[in-house]
Design a protein around this ligand. Structure first.
Ligand SMILES: Cc1cc2nc3c(=O)[nH]c(=O)nc-3n(C[C@H](O)[C@H](O)[C@H](O)COP(=O)(O)OP(=O)(O)OC[C@H]3O[C@@H](n4cnc5c(N)ncnc54)[C@H](O)[C@@H]3O)c2cc1C
Length: 403
């Protein structure tokens, strides 16, 4: 079988599915290749709690996805940042920035269901699933061949642009011969849902300890989503804790500002690595989302950044009107993603390394850093602007106002 498309997206995860929706509304003929069979959600739509920045909420609303959430997200109205054993503390309030919320907490599984509902409404989209990307062929007559397998065997698709949205271990990236740099943070992140005695009031808590960060994120279902980083060599022991000991550990890590934590759902664990593609484009092909950059989740930026990759691409294709895989589009993509990518990477990586640095000499500096942030409006504005996703040249859809 062979088929022609304007754009073939490999990977129907968080970013690939969002891109398919954005391109469909521009009238493009898109093929979406996903390894997971129809009727099931890709494994990445699990119980992790996603903080959507305000820019992301705006864009996903404009794309008709937020409206399809069956479980509402939890608005983040205040962010408390503190460090165990240090004296600094920062509280940022959305109202001080003229907003109702900095963003929303959405469970990845709920988001997957909303994306699936929206994808099901698209008229022009062709879905290939279960289908695995196998190889890229030659580029002839302005189209690049994509070889996939699945269902009835091998298919050859022709695309004016091939998009690698196939995650951290991207096969498209490998087929393009693009190298990566990797950093292992030697940390494991635990994620769970916890029920507090006090109903969450829109406050998110980010608490740093010597072994890693812990965050409580206010979900829409009267629970907190907890994110707890531990040194890798402690991960097995933490996974083996019974619920009482696990809750005691969390309570110790976050303190008492959010009140008593009563009950926890199941824990899942993620080893933390950074994987950065050294190039974003190849012939009639480009990378976005985790395939382009997998970053430490401490700053809650990975999907927010990947969505801005996708929306920028959609905007550039719209501007180019005709050939989505032209050199002009590819070069403009590289240029426009540069500053946001660099700043977000620096922010997330810096936060990750700083929070796991146990040197006593660093402590006063970190505390002073928090105090400075607490007092300096420009510092806070910079942090808040980044956290809300309004950094540099932001895609237009992120600006569609949803306050
Ligand atoms: C614990 C945790 C918490 C996080 N919290 C946040 C947060 O609060 N905010 C935030 O913005 N980000 C967060 N992130 C990051 C976020 O999950 C990622 O940035 C996001 O999943 C990247 O989406 P993606 O579509 O690029 O890749 P993925 O979501 O990994 O999707 C890749 C897709 O490609 C498919 N695929 C892979 N190989 C092939 C192939 N050969 N052929 C066909 N299909 C293929 C997979 O099945 C999958 O569906 C968090 C991450 C973790 C681990």
């Amino acid at each position: 079988m062979s088929a022609n498309h304007d754009v073939v997206i490999v990977g129907g995860g968080l970013v690939g599915a969002s891109l398919a929706i954005a391109l469909d509304r521009m009238g493009l003929d898109v093929g979406l290749v996903e390894a997971t069979p129809g009727g099931a959600l890709p494994a990445v739509f699990d119980q992790r709690n996603l903080s959507f920045a305000a820019a992301t909420v705006n864009a996903l609303t404009a794309l008709g996805v937020m409206q399809r959430l069956t479980n509402p997200g939890g608005p983040i109205r205040r962010i408390h940042v503190s460090r165990a054993g240090d004296f600094g503390r920062v509280v940022m309030r959305a109202e001080d920035y003229g907003r109702d919320a900095f963003g929303q907490v959405v469970v990845a599984r709920d988001f997957g269901e909303a994306l699936e509902a929206r994808l099901g409404e698209l008229k022009q989209l062709t879905r290939y699933r279960p289908a695995k990307f196998v190889a890229l062929g030659a580029s002839t007559d302005g189209r690049r061949e994509v070889v996939i397998t699945g269902g009835a065997g091998e298919h050859r698709l022709q695309a004016r642009l091939v998009v690698g949205a196939d995650g951290t271990r991207s096969a498209v990236r490998q087929a393009l011969g693009i190298d990566v740099t990797e950093h292992d943070y030697q940390q494991t992140l635990f994620v769970a849902r916890v029920r507090p005695a006090k109903v969450p009031d829109g406050s998110a808590y980010e608490r740093f300890t010597d072994t890693g960060p812990t965050a409580l994120l206010p979900r829409g279902d009267r629970h907190y989503g907890v994110v707890h980083g531990v040194a890798r060599d402690q991960a097995d022991a933490v996974m083996a804790l019974d619920d009482t000991a696990w809750l005691a550990r969390l309570q110790h890590a976050v303190g008492w500002r959010a009140g008593r934590l009563l009950e926890s759902g199941p824990r899942s664990a993620y080893p933390l690595i950074q994987v950065l593609a050294q190039k974003l484009v190849g012939e009639r092909a480009l990378l976005l989302g985790n395939a382009a950059q997998t970053i430490h989740p401490v700053g809650a930026q990975g999907f927010n950044l990947g969505l801005r990759d996708a929306l920028t691409l959609a905007e550039l294709i719209g501007d180019a009107a005709m050939d989505p895989g032209s050199d002009d589009v590819l070069q403009a993509y590289v240029q426009r993603r540069g500053p946001d990518r660099e700043q977000t990477l620096a922010f997330s990586d810096g936060l990750a390394r700083l929070t796991s640095n146990v040197s006593p000499l660093m402590r006063p500096l970190r505390s002073l850093g928090l105090v400075a942030a607490a007092q300096a409006t420009p510092v806070q504005s910079f942090l808040v602007g980044g956290a809300m996703g309004f950094r540099g040249q932001v895609p237009e859809l992120c600006r569609s106002e949803v306050r």
